[in-house]
Design a protein around this ligand. Structure first.
Ligand SMILES: *Cc1c(COP(=O)(O)O)cnc(C)c1O
Length: 401
């Protein structure tokens, strides 16, 4: 066995940059827990753990649904990176969303964006409504609309920022300010803008959730979710109870994959943001493109807010409208060679999708918002930006042929 003290006696430097903390999630602690001095964390698959005679040590692991080493490390890692007080890792992004929403009681209302993630819209309309929790869908980028939707029963405001697929940016600080004086909780789905560029808790939100399936895990090979909380209060405790009581838990293997994703997130995401901006600029100038939705373009209505709130990077998603309608749009989606025609986002491979034709979109949103028929959504991967632009150029040139 290696001398553990050689690793653990070193004082870690204070106030590391977030990229360093993401790349090195408390590596000394993880090494200490292994007997071989491994620098990558092990995977603990055991579902049950030996206990003392009267189970007096309540912090010890007992059964994997309650807690296990890999989930614990992942929750601690994301909690640190997000500067939160508590975190809950779940078996999917949707489970993280449901866990946070489970704080609401019959008769409560919540405000959410009309263009929020369609899975969240379905969860609210199909499940929570029948449990007596109603949602008011508004344009959350308009502070006045949010303010006038607040009723005495309103207990939560749910923001998706940037939103999908219009990539609108809601003012997290301003909404949190509005909510705080009224005792309303603010939750941000930050899937499109992880903590490297947007720290929702610092901006005043009570919780932020991620589909770790997307950028955080980052390789299109694991479904997983995270919820991080500003305080370890009731909102967190309800989510923890939901995770355990429902069994909405990620496997140790999934936790390990997400934790590995976190280590390279900073470089992947920076590259994806930079390429997305280049792609958006290319599309903006193209004759066959009617509109480009990307908060990093100077003429975008959310540009100034996005600069402030997203630390001058704007995410890896780009949406655009094609001039000649849906048929032209589907022709483009069929014609790209590098961009794969598939849903989801955040992986290393670039994806293209005619959003109105997406199977998930066809399940219906029920929020009063309809995706434009000719909207194409891009998820930018890690290919060279010139190759991606050339691919779009050749696909767009198919129009009119
Ligand atoms: C994918 C996604 C989710 C849901 O995550 P799953 O892991 O698929 O359950 C939630 N919010 C946003 C913005 C997403 O893109």
């Amino acid at each position: 066995m290696r001398d553990k003290n050689s690793l653990t006696n070193r004082e870690p430097p204070k106030q590391l940059n977030i990229e360093t903390s993401a790349a090195r999630p408390d590596i000394d602690r993880i090494s200490m827990l292994s007997e071989f001095g491994n620098i990558a964390p092990p995977i603990h698959l055991s579902t049950s753990f030996k206990r003392d005679a009267d189970c007096s040590d309540l912090s010890a692991y007992s059964y994997s649904t309650f807690d296990n080493p890999n989930r614990h490390w992942l929750e601690e890692t994301i909690r640190n990176l997000e500067s939160g007080k508590a975190a809950v890792a779940t078996g999917s992004g949707m489970a993280a969303i449901a866990a946070v929403l489970s704080w609401l009681k019959r008769g409560d209302r919540l405000i959410a964006a009309h263009d929020l993630f369609q899975g969240t819209a379905r969860l609210l309309n199909d499940q929570f409504r029948s449990w007596g929790i109603e949602t008011d869908f508004v344009d959350t980028t308009d502070l006045n609309e949010v303010a006038s939707a607040i009723r005495s029963e309103t207990r939560m405001i749910w923001l998706d920022s940037p939103s999908n697929p219009m990539l609108r940016v809601s003012d997290i600080a301003a909404v949190s300010e509005l909510a705080k004086t009224r005792g309303i909780r603010v939750v941000v789905d930050g899937t499109f803008a992880p903590f490297l560029i947007q720290k929702s808790l610092d901006l005043g939100a009570d919780a932020t959730i991620y589909a770790a399936t997307k950028y955080i895990a980052g390789h299109s090979d694991v479904v997983s979710g995270l919820a991080v909380f500003r305080e370890a209060d009731e909102l967190y405790q309800k989510a923890r109870a939901f995770q355990i009581n429902v069994g909405a838990v990620p496997s140790p293997m999934d936790c390990w994959l997400v934790e590995r994703g976190l280590r390279t997130l900073a470089v992947r995401f920076a590259r994806q943001c930079d390429t997305a901006l280049a792609v958006a600029r290319f599309l903006e100038k193209h004759d066959s493109v009617e509109a480009v939705y990307y908060p990093g373009l100077e003429n975008n209505p959310d540009y100034e807010l996005a600069c402030r709130q997203m630390n001058n990077r704007f995410g890896g998603m780009v949406s655009f409208l094609v001039n000649e309608g849906r048929i032209a749009a589907s022709k483009i989606v069929e014609s790209t060679k590098l961009f794969l025609n598939a849903t989801s986002l955040g992986g290393v491979e670039s994806l293209i999708e005619l959003r109105a034709a997406s199977p998930v979109q066809n399940l219906g949103q029920g929020t009063g918002f309809n995706v434009p028929e000719n909207l194409i959504r891009l998820s930018i991967g890690l290919e060279h930006p010139f190759d991606l632009i050339a691919d779009l150029e050749q696909a767009l040139s198919q129009l009119g042929n």
